[in-house]
Ligand binder design. Structure first.
Ligand SMILES: [Zn+2]
Ligand SMILES: [Zn+2]
Length: 342
């Protein structure tokens, strides 16, 4: 039973996850008719343009709106790009596909595929633990981003949130703050400030548009202004920066810089202070080792394929799942097949 299951799933060199004969998640394969886009982080968007030309693309309503905001304006007019609500099943070829939320970022989905021949396949996508409901499958492709027992945080994310909130409010009393982070973390940080700080908040057009999508999906309203066209920043305020965005010219030595980073330097301490005006906060939207094991236990698959294309812990995680949970687990291998790639 286990080996035929393993033949049905595959992780490509760029992180595309194949689930059965019809479905590819977060990547492109010529022989798959449908691409499921689990969420909008860049490492899951490879070959999206190719998929637009050749495949059906489905995603959750939140990811749909974020993709329309981030990508070309033609997206909402394409017949092959559709939003599928969480929990609603949709059929392509011989596959029935269902998406469930993962608590990772807005719109992020787990993917469940039931093939007509009875195989039940799943992909966790990027996920945070705990979550409300998990997919049901016999073979699970598992995100392994923080899948090492060596990187177990000894604090909870709600403690990180309150430390960040405290730090932001304290530093904003003395001067301007530049806060840098990935999509998802930045929006979570904004919610910590809503109703707490009375300073103006500035962001790029893209970040502002993106936050409007978050608001439309239930995040609290926050006034955001475009970057002032000046080289001298007007007094106090918070400036939001995307992770790889070039900082505007007005960011000078008066600014406190805070970076939201998944990287853990001290498992006991989420806040790292480089100087009075330079901090890193270990905010995360990924489950880590203990949470990943709890997720696998909840899904209860017969076989786990750990995703070896992201994070670098797939081999270790597969071994730990086999030993600790007694569920057969193997890391994905990069079998270069001509079907992969654009
Ligand atoms: Zn992600
Ligand atoms: Zn990822």
């Amino acid at each position: 039973m286990v080996m035929p299951l393993l033949d049905a799933v595959d992780v490509g060199p760029l992180g595309g996850v194949r689930l059965g004969p019809d479905v590819i998640c977060d990547g492109f394969r010529r022989d798959c008719t449908v691409r499921v886009q689990t969420h909008v982080h860049a490492d899951h968007l490879h070959d999206f343009e190719t998929s637009k030309g050749y495949q059906e693309i489905i995603t959750s309503p939140g990811s749909y709106d974020l993709l329309v905001t981030a990508k070309n304006a033609d997206l909402p007019y394409r017949r092959n790009f559709a939003a599928v609500p969480f929990g609603k099943s949709i059929r392509f070829g011989s596959s029935t596909i269902t998406l469930l939320p993962t608590n990772h970022i807005l719109g992020a989905a787990q993917v469940q595929v039931v093939v007509d021949d009875g195989r039940r396949l799943g992909y966790s996508g990027d996920f945070q633990w705990p979550m409300d409901s998990v997919i049901s499958c016999d073979c699970l492709v598992l995100d392994s981003t923080h899948g090492s027992p060596r990187y177990q945080r000894q604090y909870r994310q709600d403690q990180v949130d309150s430390q960040l909130q405290e730090l932001l409010l304290r530093q904003l009393r003395f001067g301007p703050v530049a806060l840098r982070g990935h999509t998802g973390l930045l929006q979570r940080a904004i919610t910590l400030l809503c109703g707490q700080a009375s300073v103006p908040v500035f962001a790029s057009d893209r970040t502002i548009k993106e936050y409007r999508v978050y608001e439309a999906h239930g995040y609290p309203p926050q006034e955001l202004s475009a970057f002032p066209a000046t080289t001298r920043f007007p007094g106090v305020g918070l400036v939001l920066l995307r992770m790889h965005e070039r900082p505007p010219a007005f960011i000078d030595s008066n600014f406190t810089r805070i970076t939201l980073s998944q990287y853990i330097s001290d498992p006991r301490e989420p806040l790292l202070r480089f100087s009075d005006k330079d901090f890193r906060v270990a905010m995360s939207d990924h489950a880590e080792f203990a949470g990943i094991l709890e997720y696998v236990s909840a899904v209860a698959p017969k076989l786990v394929l750990t995703d070896n294309s992201r994070g670098g812990h797939a081999v270790e995680l597969a071994r730990e799942i086999s030993v600790r949970l007694g569920i057969p687990a193997v890391p994905s291998t990069f079998s270069l097949n001509r079907e992969w790639g654009g």
